[in-house]
Design a protein around this ligand. Structure first.
Ligand SMILES: [Zn+2]
Length: 114
């Protein structure tokens, strides 16, 4: 299968789409919104502290230091924080109220988790 990159890609896309569909179903059941981020959004190489974007970030680099604010980052944790913040920003831009912890409804306004 690895020799046929096209087939491998189709199988990977189908698996990903199935995962996203299940996630959307679970989010709907829980009464929360599912936010999808742009795949080209530079979540790994953008400093979540100051927003500085590194020009290059090879995949093998797992930890890095921001050239602007000198914060030290674990690549995956930094990416997770950026994705969470992007989701919150997108939901707020859509006029939704976002709670910091779990998105439980506490008032008459619509609450969501990101
Ligand atoms: Zn920084």
């Amino acid at each position: 299968m690895m020799k046929n990159r096209r087939l491998a890609r189709h199988i990977g896309d189908a698996a990903w789409n199935g995962f996203v569909m299940k996630l959307a179903y679970k989010a709907e059941q829980a009464g929360v919104h599912l936010v999808k981020t742009d795949q080209w959004y530079a979540r790994s190489k953008t400093c979540h502290c100051c927003g500085h974007k590194m020009a290059e970030m090879p995949l093998k680099v797992r930890e890095w230091q921001c050239l602007s604010c000198h914060a030290e980052h674990d690549r995956d944790i930094n990416a997770a924080i950026n994705i969470r913040q992007k989701g919150i920003t997108d939901l707020m831009a859509a006029g939704l109220v976002v709670k910091a912890h779990g998105g439980l409804r506490k008032s008459g306004s619509l609450s969501v988790a990101a």
